[in-house]
Design a protein around this ligand. Structure first.
Ligand code: ATP
Ligand code: MG
Length: 444
């Protein structure tokens, strides 16, 4: 029996009397029938990628969050593969594969809407003077990081112990080089290595800590939690596009409200939404609107309804737009004051995280329609109801009323209007189609 097999057997044996009921059932099933674990729960395309790589005599494993989620009886968001093959060798093996990543090169194997990310085992950052000077900026942040290594070294480069698990599809073994399985059992989130150093290398790990704590309902190991408040300002080093992606992962997958609490508790919010947080200190409605929009998003996710980042962001910046509008109104005509306020808020926020234009267009429409919905006239009603963003603007209006804004019962008026005049479904279809969150994976 190999060392890995022994470790695996020991682990399963040690579990029986200590596991929580829910986890126990799942893990015991996995032991009895490892084939079920692979055949029924692992994405077929991921298995196809693994098979292709192993046919070519490379070592290849499923890695990271998908193993963690399967062990917790959750549905993985995506499946990642890691291998000892180099990106240049991986790409030609698949018809539709592309190389991505500047800090660390990866291959995305594309199967229609599904993307399987294939990474090469990473090694420790190079120690030699020239490379390390070139590859790190102030405060230990890694800029370029194309160093390959062994599977053991790769495990140490991952963020949390629970994300450093590898699944061998040929032997059906889960391989754990640290304490990942134990930490899953204890429902504990623990960063690999020295936490402060690991956050400095990549400050996004602080956001990931908040995300996994919320998503998995895990508690944070004290040493993993301790440096976050102090290091939170390092988020400014992260490119806006990556920050936006990470924010969306926190907010759009059904645990947004809980993620918000963790971001707040870790004091990460002032580095992500500085103006909104400043405003919320003086006006409690700012945060209560955010909580309402996150609650309704979480509910929609549970109901399998479409959600869009733009709707959430409309709520995040609404009171800031209003505040700026009142400032500009002193010196400018109404329409101009409104446009200046919207432009200013979006421009300032995009300096922190970049909101794609398709979303800012949506936000502008939803905000502008608020005035029209309240001050409707006989001439404009049809036009408003026919607007492609009518439904989103109406939902936003209801949210504002729920948040205690007094809007002349406009919400009720439009509810009754839609009962009497059902809005053609073509409008809703447009909204759904445009609102689909295009998942893009950007990693270091
Ligand atoms: P989910 O897919 O639910 O978002 P995940 O853990 O799979 O969670 P991914 O972003 O898909 O997250 O990344 C896959 C794996 O890559 C992680 O499990 C982890 O091992 C590694 N990883 C991702 N981001 C980092 C990071 N910033 N630092 C170190 N390792 C990382
Ligand atoms: Mg993943």
């Amino acid at each position: 029996m190999s060392r890995l097999q022994r470790k695996w057997m020991e682990y399963w044996q040690s579990l029986s009397d200590k596991l929580t009921k829910r986890t126990k059932i799942h893990l015991v099933n996995a032991t009895i029938s490892p084939a079920a674990f692979s055949a029924h729960h692992i994405h077929l395309k991921a298995l196809e990628v693994l098979s292709k790589l192993t046919q070519k005599k490379y070592n290849a494993y499923l890695v990271g969050g998908c193993i963690r989620d399967l062990l917790l009886d959750m549905t993985p968001k995506d499946f990642d593969v890691t291998t000892n093959a180099r990106p240049e060798a991986i790409k030609p093996l698949f018809k539709c594969a592309r190389m991505i990543g500047r800090r660390f090169r990866l291959v995305h194997v594309v199967f229609g809407r599904d993307i399987i990310e294939v990474s090469t085992f990473r090694g420790p950052p190079k120690k030699n003077k020239i490379t390390s000077e070139k590859a790190t900026r102030d405060q230990g942040f890694l800029i370029r990081d194309n160093v390959y290594g062994t599977i053991e070294e790769d495990a140490l480069r991952r963020d949390f112990t629970i994300n450093a698990l590898y699944y061998d599809h040929q032997t059906h073994q889960v391989i754990d080089f640290s304490t990942g399985l134990q930490d899953i059992k204890n429902r504990c989130l623990k960063l690999l290595g020295d936490p402060a150093t690991r956050y400095r290398e990549d400050p996004v790990r602080m956001l990931r800590a908040a995300r996994f704590a919320a998503k998995l309902d895990f508690s944070l190991d004290a040493k993993t939690e301790e440096p976050i408040k102090m290091l939170a300002p390092l988020l400014h080093q992260i490119p806006g596009t990556r920050l936006f992606d990470e924010m969306m992962k926190l907010l759009l997958y059904g645990y947004g409200e809980k993620s918000w609490s963790y971001l707040k508790y870790f004091n990460l919010l002032p580095n992500l939404l500085s103006d909104t947080i400043r405003l919320s200190e003086a006006n409690p409605k700012v945060e209560s609107l955010i909580i309402l929009v996150l609650q309704s998003t979480d509910l929609r996710v549970k109901q399998n309804k479409p959600v869009t980042p733009a709707f959430i962001l409309s709520a995040f910046f609404w009171y800031h737009v209003l505040q700026q509008y009142h400032v500009f109104k002193h010196t400018k005509p109404d329409d101009e004051a409104w446009c200046l306020a919207v432009d200013m808020v979006l421009r300032k926020q995009c300096q922190i995280f970049s909101i794609p234009k398709r979303y800012t267009c949506f936000m502008r429409d939803v905000w502008s329609l608020q005035v029209a919905l309240i001050h409707r006239s006989d001439d404009t009603i049809m036009q408003i109801a026919g607007h492609p963003r009518f439904r989103a603007a109406y939902d936003f209006l209801l949210l504002r009323e729920e948040n205690g804004e007094s809007l002349d019962s406009a919400g009720l008026w439009w509810t009754n209007y839609q009962i009497k005049n059902p809005i053609p479904s073509v409008n809703r279809f447009k909204y759904r189609k445009k609102s689909r969150h295009i998942k893009s994976k950007r990693r270091m």
